[in-house]
Design a binder for this molecule. Structure first.
Ligand code: NAD
Length: 439
């Protein structure tokens, strides 16, 4: 079986390399020529642990190739995965489906043999059924082109592991023939007893957005309690531990901090609200607008704390540790850390940003921030240090590491990974999200 993967970003490049690792011949397709050239040379254009090795291995073996030609994919592959972007529409909450539509249409026009198109992108409910009609309109009718929806749950930073050993597989299908083909693609994971849910298009689409809405809600839930503990005192981490012991709740995704970001959760909860409204269900997902607002207020809180600790920000040197939206990723899409850095810069602060992997992407979006290539360079002479992405390098920070470098001795732990007592004992002004701060 030959596989094409349309869209070779975080999802698609990972999926393509992992499919090659499973033994398939794979063709990655993208409209971005620079990306395709890099990948074809075995160079991964983004950071993802373990993926560069897989890419190089399978480009070298010839099992993994890349092209910008849909015609080549349409003639060659039996199964076509769609992993193109579904970003937030400019100025709207809804998802922009133009990339998905364009990719599916190009494929339908290019396919010259019986084939299966498998959507992996995160889409609003109803998309697959609409695409089914679009395929029928644009295909020549002489071939059988199946359609399935197989949402992707990988986490950046763990993308290879999550793709090779998913915690569940969801197949949204409308024929047993398509289901059988997908079972063959995922034979290894199924042999390893990965739970499989075979369902209709609508459920498959909704599983993905429901999972992301739940995760976002869980994060904002604990962050809402942060607003209370910041006011009355109390320890947000202890609160999370204590409720997390209840197996019905669970401790994961209850880490109080600057909140969620990235290319998925923010746009997915907004797209879900927009889709519900389109369906006439304006109230149904309205709680997600509160989830979004709680999340965004965390950024205000950090800026407010910085102003409380420093007074007017003009000319103050602020070290920002972390701009990626999460550790082990270079993704700065909708990153709370980057947003906070920009807001401090716009208030006149002299911002020095250091992220082990995210600086280059952040610099493309906001070239005017000061980017430095080491933690030492960022914190040297800083009036205030902000820890905003919990890279391991930052989790292990101690006051002793910083003392010789920074006079300011003021720090905000935006991820609740440092020990407040240790820093306060060493004479630092220590603030954290969810912690009452008394100047
Ligand atoms: P991305 O922006 O990194 O990659 C998208 C790629 O699609 C780009 O390389 C772009 O050039 C390409 N593309 C756009 N239009 C195309 C077309 N017509 N033909 C071929 N290629 C085209 O995005 P991503 O993070 O990989 O996300 C892709 C989808 O996967 C989104 O729907 C996202 O919500 C979903 N998803 C992402 C993750 C994640 O962790 N990144 C996890 C699960 C699901």
């Amino acid at each position: 079986m030959r596989i094409s993967v349309i869209g070779t970003g975080y999802l698609g490049a990972t999926h393509a390399a992992c499919m090659a690792e499973l033994g398939f011949e794979v063709l990655g397709v993208d409209i971005d020529l620079a990306k395709i050239e890099a990948l074809a040379n075995g160079v991964l254009p983004f950071h993802e642990p373990g993926l560069p090795e897989l890419l190089r291995k399978h480009v070298a073996s010839g099992r993994l190739r890349f092209t910008t030609s849909f015609e080549e994919a349409g003639v060659w592959a039996d199964v076509h995965f769609i992993g193109v972007g579904t970003p937030q529409r400019a100025g709207k909450h809804a998802a922009d489906l133009t990339f998905v539509d364009a990719a599916v249409r190009s494929l339908a026009e290019s396919i010259t043999k019986d084939a299966l198109i498998v959507g992996k992108s995160t889409v609003p409910v109803g998309t697959a059924r609409r695409l089914r009609e679009l395929i029928d309109r644009h295909a020549d009718g002489a071939r059988r082109i199946g359609l399935a929806w197989n949402p992707e749950f990988l986490r950046e930073g763990f993308a290879v592991r999550d793709t090779l050993s998913p915690d569940r597989l969801v197949f949204g299908v409308d024929s047993t023939e398509d289901e059988e083909l997908l079972r063959a693609v995922y034979a290894d994971a199924l042999a390893a007893d990965t739970p499989l849910i075979v369902t209709d298009f609508e459920t498959a689409e909704l599983v993905k957005v429901a999972a992301n809405a739940f995760l976002a809600t869980k994060i904002s839930f604990i962050n809402a309690f942060s607003e209370i503990t910041e006011m009355v005192g109390g320890d947000i981490r202890t609160l999370a531990d204590a409720i997390g012991y209840d197996a019905r709740i669970g401790r994961r995704f209850l880490n109080a901090g600057v909140g969620f970001g990235g290319g998925c959760l923010p746009k997915d909860i907004r797209a879900l609200q927009a889709r519900a409204s389109e369906l006439g269900l304006d109230r149904t997902m309205r709680f997600l607008s509160e989830v979004d607002l709680i999340n965004l207020r965390r950024r205000d809180r950090v800026v407010h704390l910085a102003e409380t600790m420093l007074g007017p920000l003009l000319g103050k040197k602020v070290a920002v540790l972390g701009v990626a939206f999460k550790p082990d990723s270079d993704d700065v899409r909708d990153s709370p850390a980057l947003d906070i850095a920009v807001r401090l810069f716009n208030s006149g602060a002299d911002v020095a940003v250091y992220d082990p992997e995210g600086n280059a992407n952040a610099a493309k979006r906001f070239p005017r921030l000061g980017y430095v290539d080491s933690l030492e360079a960022a914190v040297t002479d800083a009036d205030l240090v902000l820890l905003l992405t919990e890279w391991n390098e930052f989790r292990q920070l101690t006051p002793a590491d910083m003392m010789p470098l920074t006079e300011g001795r003021k720090i905000i732990d935006g991820r609740n990974v440092l020990d407040p007592a240790e820093w306060e004992h060493a004479g630092w002004d220590f603030a954290a999200l969810g912690k009452r701060f008394v100047p």
